[in-house]
Design a protein around this ligand. Structure first.
Ligand code: SF4
Length: 342
């Protein structure tokens, strides 16, 4: 059986300075935002995509949902290639795949009420029902996301951040999709609201058998919501596997550092946490070999010379790291902490 979503060797490149003069003088540079990503998602599954900001997560999401076309590789949905369909308008795809954005307020049209926003989404989905049926469906959508009819006539500036995100989720659900990309759906919200929205998303997934590509920089959140986790660094997947394996027994040093970077709520344990040192390098000046080597406490000469391929190390786990390939030892957290502190 086909996966619902399948990415094969997807890359996205941008020209850094596309002005006519720069092109004429041959001084343009290429930014490799996403490089050779292959992933798949089954129906009803959540694949968590985690990494620091600037690592290519959102670009990959936009290619997956056909808001941008990939420079190379292929995205298939339910066995159908997206790119040829993209040129014909993608109507069928928009009815089956939707996206919820990070900033709910700016993703809603300020000049529309909640009812108008959802009515517009229903029209996109091809719903030709009469006014009464459409109104009933809008009320039903609002109820599904925990909002009552009192919100029908409110504009986005009259809603809280959490309420705006609930309307965004209702808008995504209006077309009855099979697949939703959630791009940092709670990171712009108050901490007190985040858990409510996450639980709403999980409840809707269960009820509607939705597949999610859930994007976040927070590995602990990703672990909570995901069946499998893909860890992304500098435009490439560096570790992929079941959520419990990736978060409990990380094989890639970057995954270990992401785990260590999450603030520890228990004050007694705070001394043992570290921050990922350094920043994601400039995509205009990528490091040689393993792109993580300037920040990796375990890097050696081979890492500087040779880029590690993403290799399958068990039937369901893939890792791109020379050290892991050679030793097959999970990354020792405390060793890494002390090396980082040196
Ligand atoms: Fe670190 Fe080398 Fe593994 Fe890259 S290949 S993550 S530099 S040990």
């Amino acid at each position: 059986m086909n996966a619902l979503v399948e990415l094969t060797g997807v890359s996205k490149r941008y020209v850094d300075n596309p002005s006519f003069a720069a092109r004429l003088l041959g001084i343009t540079r290429t930014v490799h935002a996403v490089t050779e990503v292959s992933l798949s998602l089954e129906r009803g599954e959540t694949l968590g995509l985690v990494g620091e900001s600037g690592c290519g997560k959102s670009t990959l999401a936009r290619c997956t949902i056909a808001l941008e076309s990939a420079s190379a590789g292929e995205v298939r949905f339910d066995g159908r290639a997206i790119e040829p369909a993209r040129r014909r308008g993608l109507r069928w795809f928009r009815r089956r795949a939707q996206m919820v954005f990070q900033d709910p307020r700016s993703s809603l049209n300020r000049s529309l009420t909640t009812e108008e926003t959802l009515a517009r989404a229903l029209r996109t989905g091809g719903g030709q029902d009469g006014r009464e049926a459409r109104h009933a469906r809008i009320v039903e959508l609002l109820r599904a996301v925990g909002l009552g009819p009192a919100f029908l006539h409110r504009y986005s500036h009259e809603l809280s951040g959490g309420q705006c995100q609930r309307v965004s989720i209702a808008r995504a659900l209006a077309v009855e999709p099979d697949f939703v990309v959630l791009d940092e759906p709670v990171s712009a919200l108050d901490v007190s609201i985040q858990a409510q929205i996450v639980n709403l998303l999980l409840e809707l997934q269960e009820r509607l058998d939705l597949a999610y590509l859930f994007i976040s920089h927070d590995l602990h959140l990703i672990r909570y919501v995901s069946d499998r986790i893909a860890v992304m660094y500098f435009g490439r997947i560096v570790e992929l596997g079941p959520a419990e394996e990736v978060s409990e027994r990380p094989r890639h040093p970057y995954t270990q550092l992401l785990l260590a970077a999450v603030p520890q709520p228990d004050p007694a344990l705070r001394d043992e946490t570290v921050e990922v040192t350094g920043e994601v390098p400039s995509p205009l000046d990528p490091p040689s070999g393993c792109t993580f080597h300037p920040r990796c406490p375990l890097a050696d000469g081979r890492c500087i010379r040779e880029r590690p391929e993403l290799r399958r190390v068990t039937p369901d786990i893939e890792v791109a790291c020379h050290r892991y390939e050679e030793t097959r030892d999970p990354v020792p957290a405390l060793t890494m902490v002390s090396k980082l502190e040196d």
